[in-house]
Write a protein that binds this ligand. Structure first.
Ligand SMILES: C[S@@+](CC[C@H](N)C(=O)[O-])C[C@H]1O[C@@H](n2cnc3c(N)ncnc32)[C@H](O)[C@@H]1O
Length: 160
């Protein structure tokens, strides 16, 4: 059963398939007033594309080796080790993030669909960003088949 806070969430979720789509969102969703968190930054390639478009960005990854390489390759960008499923640790990074990018390996397949939804819900509840962009082909396909029912009847049954 949904509680009051779940119903009040204002975060928009953008589901993308593949890294090309994931990065293509930067143009539309990241602006000069944004403080951005990337979860699953690997060597920081996408974080580095986000950096010049926003006020601040932190790239994070569960792998210390990835974070070390990201720091070497992009010394002007902040990178931290973080398990993306530890939302309290993400909150402890201390920024009021307006946009969150999520690209965690293994989260794209159908078996991870519920994990992806749970993660979005957790970040929307705790960090309350304006938008979360996630790389998950399974979630994109699922979302494309969802229609919110409205009194105006936008969700019409298919014609036979
Ligand atoms: C496909 S790579 C990310 C690529 C990167 N976003 C880019 O655009 O270049 C997926 C990353 O997820 C990281 N990862 C896996 N599990 C994670 C977790 N629980 N929390 C944070 N990162 C995780 C992996 O270490 C890996 O670097």
């Amino acid at each position: 059963m949904a509680n009051e806070n779940q119903l009040k969430l204002k975060t928009t979720f953008i589901a993308t398939r593949g890294v090309k789509e994931y990065r293509a969102t930067i143009d539309r969703w990241v602006g000069g007033d944004d403080d951005v968190l990337e979860i699953g930054c690997e060597w920081g390639t996408t974080t580095a594309l986000i950096a010049p478009r926003c006020r601040s960005v932190i790239g994070t990854d569960v792998s210390g080796e990835c974070v070390e390489r990201a720091r070497r390759e992009h010394p002007d960008i902040r990178f931290e080790v973080l398990d993306g499923f530890d939302v309290r640790a993400a909150a402890a990074l201390g920024e009021a993030f307006t946009k969150v990018y999520i690209d965690i390996s293994g989260l794209s397949g159908y078996r991870s669909l519920l994990d992806a939804i749970a993660l979005l819900q957790m970040y929307a509840t705790v960090l309350r960003p304006e938008a979360i962009v996630i790389k998950s082909g399974a979630l994109k396909q699922f979302a494309a088949r969802c229609r919110p029912w409205r009194d105006g009847g936008e969700a019409s049954p298919p014609r036979s």
